[in-house]
Write a protein that binds this ligand. Structure first.
Ligand SMILES: *Cc1c(COP(=O)(O)O)cnc(C)c1O
Length: 363
């Protein structure tokens, strides 16, 4: 074994667990474990990806200008205040690398996205986990946890895995309550599924210490492509660009992402399907006696009466080739996170849970 000491925090990292994608001996697996798009990605993105094959010998551009221009155009944002990364995960990593280190605190919440504490430890900072109120971010609890060591606050809004959301007033109150040395990260991975929400762009316009992150992995159906972006003040973007590797994104990634974001008709179709199927999921789960908060994302959190029942429900689903996400690691052992599928996928999961719940009822 090497004698070279590992940097502080790194050995405390629990490896990220991703959604399962295979069940041995089954070729009809319905994967609802990673919040992927049931419609796939835009055909224009696939075409752009294929076309990029002709230029694989060329180094990509370092400034992502064309992609940033497209994002800026579609979302009405200043391209000079956008940074692109290998998934929004990389943008989140730039943030901790640039703004947190040993002795600093990084605030996340009880059921918050599991990447946040991993990122904090990656740079030797201390993750501080704040309780939520009924599976929703508690603004007062977050503000109460701030100390003079706090450097970054991470909130996903809509949140994963709860699907809940802070409204504009609560969000504003949170940001107004933070001292100026704290950077507020508004992770907008699920923005497009929350009708009419700007993802925190307005907040980033009004406050110099707010960054909004977004991804191509969810509504654009490009989780396999690995691309995301952030939007903040020029000063923050300038800092983050200094630690970004110049060639972090490939030609193929950028071309496909640009085609995807410009295909606004496809994006709208995905959002509409999701809204319709999400309503149906919540209504049906509730009718079956399974708890389900209103979700603003592309998944629902199904809550059972106990962790044992959730385990049995998961087994019943697996038995029929359906993979969902256990969320015990998020402090929700009695729940299952189920990605909203297409019509057929929702029918399959609801039929299975219907049989499961019927089998539990006393005669
Ligand atoms: C899926 C997800 C992301 C997106 O990650 P990528 O690296 O862009 O694939 C970010 N934050 C949350 C809360 C997510 O659920």
């Amino acid at each position: 074994m090497t004698q070279t000491p590992v940097q502080p925090g790194i050995m405390d990292i629990a490896l990220y667990v991703s959604g399962e994608s295979r069940l041995p001996g089954r070729d009809d697996v319905l994967k609802l474990s990673s919040n992927e798009n049931p419609l796939g990605c835009s055909p224009a993105a696939q075409e752009a990806f294929r076309a990029a094959a002709a230029d694989l010998h060329r180094y990509p551009g370092t400034d992502h200008a064309s992609l940033r221009a497209a994002i800026g155009q579609v979302h009405g944002l200043d391209p000079d205040r956008i940074i692109c990364g290998v998934g929004s995960d990389e943008v989140l990593q730039f943030v901790v690398q640039a703004y947190a280190g040993p002795g600093d605190e990084v605030i996340t919440t009880e059921h918050g996205f599991s990447m946040y504490p991993i990122l904090a430890r990656m740079v030797g900072a201390t993750p501080v986990t704040v309780p939520e109120a009924e599976r929703k971010v508690d603004v007062d609890a977050v503000l109460a946890a701030v100390t003079d060591r706090t450097r970054v606050v991470f909130i996903a809004n809509p949140a994963n895995p709860t699907g809940t959301m802070l409204g504009p007033d609560e969000l504003q109150r949170l940001v107004d309550g933070l001292p100026p040395q704290v950077l507020f990260v508004h992770d907008g991975a699920y923005t497009e599924f929350a009708d009419g929400f700007d993802g925190g762009a307005g907040l980033a316009d009004r406050h110099p210490n707010v960054i909004m992150t977004r991804t191509f992995s969810k509504i654009h159906g490009l989780g396999g492509l690995r691309i995301g972006w952030g939007y903040a003040s020029r000063a923050i973007i300038d800092v983050l660009n200094r630690i970004r590797q110049p060639f972090n994104l490939s030609n193929a990634q950028m071309a496909a992402a640009e085609a995807a974001i410009r295909d606004t008709a496809f994006t709208a179709r995905c959002a509409q399907l999701n809204a319709r199927m999400r309503d149906r999921m919540r209504q049906s789960l509730t009718q079956l006696g399974i708890g389900c908060d209103e979700s603003f994302a592309n998944f629902v959190l199904a809550r059972f009466d106990s962790a044992d029942i959730a385990t049995a429900a998961d087994a019943a689903l697996r038995n029929e080739g359906i993979l969902v996400r256990r969320v015990g690691g998020y402090g929700l052992p009695q729940a299952l996170r189920i990605t909203v599928g297409d019509e057929q996928g929702c029918t399959r999961v609801l039929d299975c849970l219907g049989r499961f719940m019927a089998g539990r009822r006393p005669e």
